[in-house]
Design a protein around this ligand. Structure first.
Ligand SMILES: Nc1ncnc2c1ncn2[C@@H]1O[C@H](COP(=O)(O)OP(=O)(O)OP(=O)(O)O)[C@@H](O)[C@H]1O
Length: 248
């Protein structure tokens, strides 16, 4: 089922300087979409347009779901990790239930937050301070926070930036599991890991080029089901995904 359709979208922060131009994209409920591209290519801007935080100047974004059902895990959630707050409290911050008590949260809010922590395999860490968790564990807590609203689609902006390879794999394994019931859209530079999980890829560099990864995978060599990054880039018609941003 189609949940989002973007037609002929363009966006400029400054007049006459388009960061996105003529973007067309359809996202279905069971997609695991990877958004890749060079620094400054417009990936985060595209997510903000999908979230409704920015309004397109040209073109249209049609959604078959309410904005509340779009979960978002922003970039740089690592900020303020020294703040003395537990994993459970971080998840509760994402709870949009209306039964909030004057002091603290209702039992329902807490059980919902605990359920989200269970889904990401972090319930044993609910009382740990967020700053005492590893990068991968912390990111799973932020995913649990977004899960509190029972989203139909989850957008993640660079969820594995500054996480070691083992932690990256754990985050992507979790996203793969969540993808059994919700649509996942991930912006990332970790393409060699990410593309082992995604089924579609959108390369964004002012324009958007869409590839169905399953059909590409059939044509390229894999070792132990692991995609070779060089062959993949060749198949995508790229030599690199970073630092080839063309100025207008
Ligand atoms: N609020 C803003 N005001 C003006 N220009 C902006 C703003 N936010 C982003 N830009 C510019 O828009 C362009 C696209 O930025 P965006 O953050 O969408 O790229 P990105 O592909 O997500 O980059 P990265 O991979 O580095 O995170 C860049 O040239 C950036 O400097």
């Amino acid at each position: 089922m189609e949940i989002l359709n973007i037609k002929d979208l363009s966006y400029a922060y400054k007049e006459n300087y388009k960061v996105l131009e003529d973007i067309n994209l359809t996202i279905n409920n069971d997609d695991f979409l990877a958004i890749i591209g060079p620094n400054g290519g417009g990936k985060s801007t595209l997510l903000k347009l999908i979230l409704g935080l920015l309004k397109p100047q040209n073109g249209k974004i049609s959604k078959n779901i309410k904005n509340e059902l779009i979960g978002y895990v922003p970039q740089n959630t690592n900020l303020n990790i020294d703040f003395p707050i537990t994993a459970l409290e971080v998840v509760l911050m994402g709870h949009i239930g209306n039964k909030k008590k004057l002091f603290g949260y209702s039992k329902e809010d807490i059980s919902c937050a605990m359920h989200s922590l269970e889904k990401v395999g972090m319930s044993d860490f609910s009382n740990r301070r967020i700053g005492d968790l590893s990068g991968g564990q912390r990111q799973r807590v932020f995913i649990a926070r977004a899960l509190c609203a029972n989203p139909k689609v989850m957008l993640l902006d660079e969820p594995t930036a500054s996480i070691d390879v083992k932690g990256q794999k754990e985050v992507y394994e979790l996203l793969k599991e969540l993808n059994k019931s919700i649509c996942i859209v991930v912006v990332s530079h970790d393409i060699s890991v990410l593309l082992n999980y995604a089924n579609n890829v959108a390369h964004v560099n002012k324009n958007l080029v869409y590839h169905n990864l399953e059909s590409i995978q059939k044509d390229i060599h894999t070792v132990d089901d692991h995609l070779c990054e060089v062959e993949l880039l060749k198949a995508l018609g790229k030599t690199q995904v970073c630092c080839d941003h063309k100025l207008q």
